[in-house]
Write a protein that binds this ligand. Structure first.
Ligand code: GAL
Length: 705
């Protein structure tokens, strides 16, 4: 049944329709970010990417089926934090929040019903319920083509039984949902519009981009201080120390109150850590202990099932949010705690270790367990982000569940259930749906794996060693301590570059870390409606090797490409987009638009820098510059052609940047007739002190100075 849906242009380049009568509790409504209309407008005009009768809508017994056509070679990305594959074409995704997705079903810590097509569109379903998406994995009988039935008796070798499906089907909840269509001239444009719809990407405080260390459970204030000072002594930069279970009086379920024996004077402890340049981040879970001062107040505002014996508060209610916020403000923020690790808001059904409220749990707001589970991560992000905003302080933290609309939330997803490759693939996949992910390091079976993981995490949205269970330290493997130190210091040296990449995310929606399909656009259009894709064979992210997804490498900002090596590998292939590239640390030149093979030893992770790039850097230091502090700026120009870069600056900690207290500078490198280089740094005078005291230029670099 064809349905003529009424699409209205919601913001430039994004159309919306309402199917059925959806619940008011949805990710976009709840997060409530203002779309960045001006930035969307600046992206230029673009037409609705579908024909008027492209959609069908059918009422089924268990939901509404919304379907759209697919072209034969169309590739489909996104669906939130996915670990097993990048191109989701041909798959069925069951988008339920779940902490232990062992199978490739679509379940994840952060599943998002947002599909991005290389044909230049995205479809987002805004609902608090589970959606199933068939991405070309179903064939209706009436659409089955005889010539595509592959009889196995007559086939040798690989047997392909499933005919190609040219239809994408979304099973929406029976009540319906808001549906958005997002247009774009290429994949990156679609993703940028999505992020701008969600308020633009997050801009973390500068310290959030430094190195993080989480101490073992049950550590005391004294042990934490000793461990932190060891970082200073050994010259490993560190900005954030995370406390794990044990800082609370009770942790499963949780009280949110300090343990008096381990932390007799939390205020003094946080202040002393601050003097040494460390921020404190607190682990917590959502389930409230009967021994918490919050228990009574939240009792009447909680669901009908408990988790670990604790309350499951209904944070769709303002009263519950206010109670949580008031307690956190009083006990944590007022003494200088910088943020949270919001654990276990995803739920698990692992045999023998199930913990979560069921979908049929009832909540005082009238919402049910399915909705609450799908939304819990978003609720915590929103509450805590507001808390810090009310104090005019930016936060940056960790969490275990997320959903649609979270681009502007200052949180990074994590979990340890995956191997190094899956960690990197999740980092890539997250970039299609406004999600940040850390391939955190915990422990490792071998020195090689340890180094390879640490190298990767230093080029990720949050560089962290999570030693909660085993007490690993960056110097735990003495034979490679120098390599680990080098990369943690390099992370700090690249801070101005990373901070600028995030500022761009905030301003125009460009993800700071991006999967390769977002790097070069290869989609061609015909009057706004997608036609079969024309592949630019050289510049296409799949160049050279059709089978490989290149989901094991990614861009950081506009100029650096990171291609991690995994334990056991001596060499790897890297797809380099067009242009000339240099090995950031080996100085070798590579011609892009091709696949190159590299074989660095354990001392190096393959990182490539574009010819003509100007990389803003600073000398390494123990922790990120604080508000008002100044550091030298190092502008490293690479290669033999002229180039330029933007450089973002603000106070690094407050929300003053939203009121105009920020500055974009431009660094330009020119070559004179006699072959000599000159560099200029321009930008208007800002009303706040610059983070940079002096400028040092390096021209024509082949590798890092
Ligand atoms: C896990 C989490 C770990 C650690 C631990 C503490 O759920 O993934 O990072 O925080 O809880 O019990």
């Amino acid at each position: 049944m064809t349905s003529t849906l009424k699409w209205t242009e919601h913001v430039p380049g994004i159309w919306k329709t309402t199917i059925g009568n959806p619940s008011e509790l949805s990710p976009l409504n709840f997060i409530g970010s203002e779309p960045k209309r001006e930035a969307l407008k600046q992206m230029g005009e673009i037409g609705f990417p579908f024909g008027s009768d492209d959609f069908t809508l059918e009422q089924k017994n268990h939901g509404t089926l919304f379907s759209t056509p697919l072209t034969t070679d169309e590739k489909l990305y996104g669906l939130g934090l996915q670990f097993m594959k990048m191109n989701q074409r041909g798959r069925t995704r069951y988008l339920r929040v779940n902490s232990d997705p062992k199978q490739d079903t679509g379940e994840s810590h952060a599943p998002i019903p947002f599909v991005v097509s290389d044909q230049g569109y995205g479809i987002l379903i805004d609902t608090s319920r589970i959606v199933t998406v068939h991405l070309g994995s179903t064939v209706r009988l009436a659409e089955t083509r005889k010539e595509q039935i592959f009889d196995r008796n007559n086939q040798k070798g690989l047997w392909k039984a499933t005919p190609t499906s040219e239809r994408m089907e979304f099973l929406l909840p029976s009540e319906g949902a808001d549906v958005y269509v997002i247009a774009g001239n290429n994949l990156l444009d679609v993703v940028r519009r999505y992020n701008l719809l969600c308020g633009g990407g997050t801009l973390p405080p500068r310290w959030g981009l430094g190195f993080w260390h989480r101490v073992p459970t049950l550590f005391t204030d004294k042990e934490v201080m000793e461990e932190a000072l060891e970082y200073r002594k050994r010259e490993f930069p560190c900005d954030v120390i995370g406390l794990e279970p044990g800082w609370h009086s009770k942790s499963y379920p949780v009280t949110y109150e300090w343990c008096e024996s381990r932390y007799p004077d939390p205020e003094h402890f946080v202040a002393k850590m601050d003097q040494e340049g460390f921020r404190i981040n607190l682990w917590e879970n959502p389930y409230v202990s009967p021994e918490s001062g919050l228990y009574e107040k939240l009792g009447k505002l909680s669901g009908s099932y408990s988790v670990w014996g604790g309350l499951v508060p209904d944070y769709s209610l303002e009263e519950a949010r206010d109670a949580y916020k008031e307690q956190h403000r009083r006990e944590h923020l007022s003494i200088g705690v910088s943020g949270y690790k919001l654990d276990e808001c995803d739920g698990s059904e692992l045999t023998g270790n199930s913990w979560m409220f069921p979908a049929h749990a009832e909540f005082p707001s009238g919402h049910d367990g399915e909705q609450m589970r799908q939304m819990y991560g978003l609720m915590f992000q929103k509450m805590t982000t507001e808390l810090y905003r009310e104090e005019n302080k930016r936060t940056y933290g960790l969490l275990r569940a997320s959903g649609a609309g979270a681009s502007s939330m200052p949180y990074v997803l994590y979990s340890d259930l995956y191997d190094h490759r899956q960690f990197i693939r999740a980092l890539c996949n997250g970039s299609f749906s406004g999600l940040l992910w850390t391939p955190e390091v915990r422990k490792s079976a071998s020195v090689e794996d340890w180094v390879r993981r640490l190298q990767s995490v230093c080029f990720s949205p949050l560089a962290m060693l999570d030693a909660w269970a085993d007490g690993t330290k960056p110097w735990s493997f003495p034979e490679v301590e120098h390599i680990v130190r080098h990369y943690i210091q390099l992370r700090m040296r690249l801070l101005p570059y990373l901070y600028t990449a995030f500022a761009k995310y905030h301003q125009d929606g460009t993800p700071p870390f991006r999967a390769m399909p977002l790097v070069t656009g290869s989609v061609q259009f015909d009057g706004g409606k997608a036609t079969a894709m024309k592949v630019d064979s050289v510049d296409f992210a799949y160049g050279g090797n059709k089978k490989k997804e290149w989901d094991d490498q990614f861009m950081v900002g506009d100029s650096l490409l990171v291609a991690p090596l995994f334990a056991g590998e001596q060499a790897r292939d890297v797809y380099l987009p067009q242009g000339r590239w240099y090995g950031l640390e080996n100085g070798e030149a590579y011609e892009g638009g091709s696949v190159v093979r590299v074989a660095p030893g354990i001392e190096q992770i393959p990182v490539f820098v574009r010819e003509g790039a100007v990389i803003p850097m600073m000398p390494w230091r123990a922790y990120a510059p604080r508000q008002g502090e100044q550091v030298p700026l190092i502008l490293g120009h690479f290669g033999e052609v002229e180039g330029s870069c933007s450089l973002y600056d603000d106070d690094g900690e407050s929300f003053a940047f939203e009121r105009g207290e920020s500055v974009w500078r431009k660094a330009e490198v020119r070559r004179s007739a006699d072959g000599s280089w000159t560099g200029t740094l321009t930008g208007h005078e800002a009303s706040f002190p610059s983070t940079f005291s002096e400028v040092q230029w390096h021209f024509g670099l082949k590798k890092l100075p």
